[in-house]
Design a protein around this ligand. Structure first.
Ligand code: ADP
Ligand code: MG
Length: 697
């Protein structure tokens, strides 16, 4: 298929297909369910399931799966065929409404953080009709939520849908106050920009660290890095181009709005951005994008690395979560607008976000915390671990004028009154210059840049939706009671700016001076995952999630435990991989190289005593001393690993891995990398950084 419009969504059971294939009444009822989140009647489900099955079979599909997003971070599927026996010893192809709306996968091997008692190993999956079914790899996939039998969410989708409901409810209250009675629902929208690296498969296969952990655990810097800045937006190599072309086409078939692609700052780094869509769909699509990126790369003899920091010394990969709020009538609530009333509404929503980011900066940081992202946050060219907000100078000056009851525009000498005056226009392009801010206003949306490249965007959006819902609730509680709406609105906005402006920072976020300044302002600087995660279970955060029915307390505690354990498991696998590489490859090579040098030196001496063998002698000395140091350091790491085994408490364990295992890994790496720089390249057991980063030709 060459026609893109024909290609787009061809593997999706979308509105158009539904319209064509469903009886009018069924279509209408399904639409109602999708728009208003009502539960689906079983008779309708039967009709929908049958139409879905026929559609899928026409496309060569024989199996279906409930596709869900457990706490592992990747998606899960269990394939069942449509086959069912008839009475004559033959089979018919069947798919019932019950099979469509509910599944019962064995949940016992998915992380549950203690939520799922062993006697109730089963969980259930339930269709999320707001996200379309699609065909992937010849399997009909039904996007579902995944819960335990007791009703606890075991996945990333359920709480996301709950958080969307929370913000819908509170935003509608505010919108009503501004007289928009035509709006029936408010949804958050997201466009996640996805960064990734591509390496040649032949090099990848020779690196145990990439295979087991997704990042290089060793590797001396290559003579060239990213300093020339010649890769950023540079010409895309034809092999990469062919990969991107196929990736785009496969994504389009699935209805993913893949839009832009370009080379990123680091060599071998690229970015793919979709056009934004409703948050839960954007989340599904981002999972599909990551999956397809990796699968299609293999077809091109490439490997796609979505780890946050595959290479030391060059930029890591993030995921820019562009976020906004829209009404079903098509109004973007973070768009300043042209009239005093639109401006007032915009300022109120803006203030809700400012207050939310300040009060829940800890939760935003938690939502971006992972072992992989620890290498990135606060490191070279990445947003710092401190959460702050960039608004741009124009908007900040407007807020200052409102706060202090001063004139914004000196020429007019008029005080800014909300609901009376029109905001001065601030050109959109000047709002997007600051690339160092973790949370930037970019004209009509916010861009949360802390999120790691491999993370699901569910977590950050759950936090954003819920925190902003809470602030909107507080605002609505006040404004609904106000006699003088405009006056109350003005003082509410003024008060919010006054109390929360500490979170606004328009300067260079990569500057050390900012970290000191942030500390003076009382902002949190949670440098590592174990520093950040305990904030998950702070009383104010438990209250937030509980009161908006996004998470129960048990669910939060479970997630806290799962995330801490994931941190430990990640570091443990990395440490074990290092130990394995050192013992089986690196030390033996060091020894062989030393022997080669010694043999050569001896041979030279035998031949003639005055032949110079200073290279051999000096190098063998250096190699021997580094070998001894590696041997010593690997023992320190091994000892720490056995000490770690004895720790049963998950919190103590996470801190132990951070304070003892991680530094031991860093020390070990340093000496191994030094050895690499003086060892015969033909003997070194792994492809070099040069080959990995510049090897795609
Ligand atoms: P860049 O950041 O590269 O300059 P844009 O700012 O145009 O590019 O868009 C970046 C991402 O933000 C895209 O995925 C885009 O679809 C998304 N985006 C644009 N508007 C919105 C919105 N209202 N809500 C959510 N995401 C949006
Ligand atoms: Mg952007």
């Amino acid at each position: 298929m060459s026609n893109i419009t024909e290609l787009f969504g061809s593997m999706v059971f979308n509105e158009q297909v539904m319209k064509e294939r469903l009886p009018k009444e069924t279509f209408k009822q399904l639409q109602r369910t999708m728009k208003n989140g009502k539960s689906l009647d079983i008779n309708i489900a039967n009709v929908v399931a049958n139409a879905m099955k026929d559609w899928a079979i026409e496309k060569g599909v024989t199996h279906y799966t409930h596709w869900f997003q457990p706490m592992t971070g990747v998606t899960a599927e269990k394939h069942d065929s449509f086959i069912s026996p008839d009475n004559n010893g033959k089979v018919i192809m069947e798919f019932s409404g019950k099979e469509l709306v509910q599944g019962e996968p064995d949940a016992s091997s998915f992380p549950s953080g203690g939520l799922r008692a062993t006697f109730e190993a089963r969980g259930y999956t339930a269709w999320d009709p707001t996200s379309y079914a699609f065909i992937k790899n010849n399997v009909l996939c039904i996007p579902t939520a995944f819960c335990s039998y007791g009703g606890h969410a075991l996945d990333k989708k359920t709480p996301l849908l709950r958080s969307m409901e929370a913000i819908n409810k509170q935003a509608l209250r505010i919108i009503r106050l501004f007289g928009h009675d035509d709006v029936t629902s408010v949804k958050t929208t997201v466009g996640p920009e996805q960064e990734y690296f591509l390496v040649d498969k032949k090099y990848y296969e020779k690196r145990k660290d990439l295979i087991f952990t997704g990042r290089t655990l060793f590797g001396a810097k290559s003579p060239k890095g990213q300093e020339m800045e010649d890769h950023y937006f540079g010409t895309i190599k034809s092999r990469v181009q062919a990969y991107m072309k196929e990736l785009n086409e496969e994504l389009w078939k699935l209805g993913v709005l893949a839009k832009t692609e370009h080379n990123e700052v680091a060599p071998a780094q690229h970015e793919l951005a979709p056009i934004f869509t409703t948050t839960n769909i954007a989340t599904d699509h981002n999972q599909l994008t990551m999956e397809l990126m990796q699968r299609i790369a293999k077809k091109h003899d490439l490997v796609c690395l979505i780890h946050e920091k595959p290479f030391a010394g060059v930029n890591g990969s993030g995921k820019h979560n562009n976020w906004s709020i829209s009404t079903d009538t098509g109004i973007n609530l973070l768009e300043p607008g042209d009239t005093p009333s639109e401006n007032a509404q915009f300022l109120l929503f803006l203030c809700a976000v400012i207050k939310a980011v300040d009060e829940y900066q800890d939760m935003l940081r938690v939502s971006a915390a992972s072992a992989g992202n620890d290498h990135r946050l606060g490191a070279n060219e990445a947003p710092p671990a401190v959460v702050s907000m960039f608004l741009g100078s124009e908007l900040t000056e407007i807020l200052e004028a409102i706060e202090k009851d001063e004139a914004y525009d000196n020429k007019e000498k008029e005080l800014m009154r909300i609901g009376v005056h029109v905001l001065p226009k601030f050109p959109k392009d000047t709002t997007d210059r600051n690339r160092t801010s973790p949370f930037a206003f970019t004209g009509n949306k916010f861009e949360f840049r802390m999120v790691g490249s491999s993370a699901s965007i569910s977590g950050p959006n759950i936090v954003l939706n819920t925190a902003v819902a809470e602030e909107l609730k507080q605002f609505a509680d006040i404004l609904e009671k106000a006699d003088d709406f405009e006056g109350e609105l003005h003082s509410l906005i003024q008060k919010t700016i006054k109390e929360h402006k500490r979170i606004i920072f328009n300067g260079n976020g990569y500057d050390d001076a900012w970290i000191e300044e942030a500390e003076r302002r009382g902002l949190l600087n949670l440098k590592t995952t174990p520093d950040a995660l305990p904030y998950y279970v702070k009383e104010k955060n438990l209250k937030l999630f509980e009161s908006h029915k996004v998470f129960s307390r048990e669910e939060v505690f479970a997630r806290y435990e799962i995330k801490m354990e994931l941190y430990v498991k990640t570091l443990n696998i990395e440490a074990l991989t290092m130990v394995d590489m050192v013992h089986k490859d690196i030390l033996p090579v060091a020894s062989r190289f030393a022997k080669m040098l010694t043999d050569t030196a001896l041979a030279k001496q035998q031949l003639c005593t005055d032949i110079n063998s200073s290279y051999e002698k000096d190098t063998v000395k250096a190699v021997s001393s580094l070998t001894a140091s590696i041997f010593e350091n690997v023992k320190i790491l091994e000892d720490a690993l056995s000490e770690a085994k004895a720790i049963s408490d998950f919190e103590a364990s996470a801190f132990f891995y951070r304070d003892r295992i991680f530094p031991a890994m860093t020390e070990l790496r340093a000496v191994v990398d030094e050895l690499e720089t003086i060892t015969d390249a033909s003997m070194w057991p792994y492809p070099s950084y040069g080959e990995l980063l510049f090897g795609i030709i």
